[in-house]
Design a binder for this molecule. Structure first.
Ligand code: UDP
Length: 471
């Protein structure tokens, strides 16, 4: 029967580009390489302008149907003082009210959810639909999240006041300063939301992790074999990555960026981009700009209007705030650097830049998607984590994996001075000490290559799960 050959599954992402991008890539991958039909449910609120922009830039195969969940009026529910995750979770909870009726109609063989859409587990239980989770961040965050309910019951005060690092069983220790922001103040509503979703991860039938074995072997082994994770009934973790965007549609503006790169020498450009929502304070942006100018290296700098209040200032407007960088970059910066650099307001075709042979290194906020995109292309990184779990990722990349260098050694100053920026940039672009980092990045690129192709490890794991949907 045709229906059995092409099982139909639904996807439900959390708002934000760091979520919708990888879930959509997985959906496309299932359609294009595993004969699965997908209904991709879109939460049309919050980050929706940026999400629409992203979806419009994608080629969508006919077996992938994008369905917008009808938007609800949130004016009385969302308040200005809500922290990022609270806002995101409240919006999501509200948006999921029609989920049951949508799923009754679609009758998918399975639902693939995201970390902040676990309310769907209850709906699916009523409808007898198996639920899988696609974890869009690193396995160390997955392990920490699965351990969080235990930690929550054992620790009285704040985790940041613990005398030593958090020891997730079998995993590399996490220094409390590197913990994700949402667990640094347990009195916040954000913490309660994070704990709520984290404590539900183990209720799913399986977890898809966007990674591959060679990147985080210790943590992946712990998730599989450590008695703690067995005791809490951790579902099977399928390492099905690294899935990244790979067929970006280039706008005219994007094409100009690539044409500029075409005119630069091979392996000579530093790409600076702090994610879809990251912003710097005015002071910090000034220091970054001058440090860059002082380093005398070629660069592409993606900039947003600075925000002094929060480092996630553009989360809900990502890529959507075209503006004039000369209004907030230091006076004379653009003129002084025009021989060497390109300043791009707000958004760049990141994967196309990382893939380009002129790109030598990536100064990144270490979001998980950016990390994978860099590693797949063998590009070493300078780590500049800003918010969420980015400090955990930066520690992993600089201390465990060795594919990134720190911009500054801890403790981080409030504002990183221009000399420090200059030194790190020069070291990464021309220093001897970075040879090992570059080598490791190339090695990982090799190990990631072909893993998603027929016969590759990630490919075979996906086949195993897809087979269960066919019966
Ligand atoms: N991105 C992009 N251009 C930009 C900024 C971001 O294409 O100028 C994409 C990037 O390639 C990645 C995603 O947005 O796929 C950002 O996800 P990540 O997990 O790295 O960070 P987040 O934005 O969630 O902090």
């Amino acid at each position: 029967l045709a229906a059995e050959k092409e099982p139909h599954v639904a996807f439900l992402h959390s708002p934000g580009l760091g979520h919708i991008i990888p879930l959509f890539q997985f959906a496309k991958h299932l359609v294009l390489h595993h004969q699965v039909r997908v209904s991709f449910l879109v939460i049309t609120t919050g980050a929706s302008a940026a999400q629409n922009h992203f979806l419009q830039s994608e080629t969508i195969p006919p077996q992938l149907q994008v369905i917008n969940i009808p938007q609800t009026d949130m004016t009385d529910i969302i308040t200005d003082d809500m922290l990022l995750l609270t806002k995101l979770c409240v919006m999501t909870e509200e948006s999921l009210k029609p989920l049951k009726s949508i799923l009754v109609e679609l009758k998918p063989k399975a639902l693939i959810i995201d970390i902040f859409t676990t309310q769907a587990i209850d709906v699916c239980e009523e409808l007898s639909i198996p639920v899988y989770s696609f974890f869009t961040a690193s396995p160390i965050l997955l392990a920490f999240s699965l351990y969080l309910p235990t930690l929550d019951s054992q620790v009285e005060g704040e985790f940041v006041d613990l005398p030593g690092p958090v020891e997730v069983p079998g995993c590399p220790p996490i220094r409390t300063n590197n913990l994700l922001d949402q667990v640094k103040n347990r009195k916040n509503e954000e913490y309660r939301w994070y704990l709520f979703h984290a404590s539900r991860i183990s209720l799913v039938a399986g977890i898809f992790a966007n990674t591959w074995q060679d990147l985080e072997p210790v943590t992946l082994e712990a998730l599989k074999e450590n008695p703690f994770f067995k005791e809490i009934s951790t579902p099977p973790v399928y390492t099905i990555g690294p899935l990244i965007k790979n067929d970006e549609f280039l706008t005219e503006k994007d094409a100009k960026i690539i044409a500029w790169l075409d005119n630069q020498p091979t392996d000579s450009v530093l790409f600076i981009n702090l994610g879809s929502g990251g912003t710097l304070s005015s002071k910090q942006l000034t220091e970054l700009a001058w440090g860059l100018q002082m380093s005398q290296q070629r660069f592409i700098l993606v900039v947003r209007k600075p925000t002094d209040a929060s480092a996630s200032g553009a989360y809900f407007s990502a890529g959507n705030d075209e503006n004039d960088p000369s209004a907030y970059l230091p006076d004379g910066f653009v003129e002084k650097t025009q021989e060497l650099g390109l300043v791009i307001p707000s958004w760049a075709p990141q994967v196309a830049v990382l893939r380009h042979e002129s790109t030598r290194a990536f100064l990144s906020h270490c979001g998980w998607n950016s990390t994978l995109e860099s590693l797949v292309h063998g590009v070493p990184m300078i780590a500049w984590p800003l918010y969420a779990e980015q400090r955990m990722n930066a520690a992993l990349l600089t201390e465990e994996v060795g594919v990134a260098m720190k911009l500054v050694v801890e403790p981080e100053p409030e504002v990183i001075g221009r000399e420090k920026v200059e030194r790190a940039v020069r070291a990464m672009m021309e220093g001897e000490e970075c040879k090992a980092i570059r080598c490791k990045a190339r090695e990982l690129k090799e190990s990631a290559c072909k893993i998603l192709d027929k016969g590759g490890f990630s490919y075979d794991l996906i086949c195993r799960v897809v087979d269960t949907w066919k019966s």
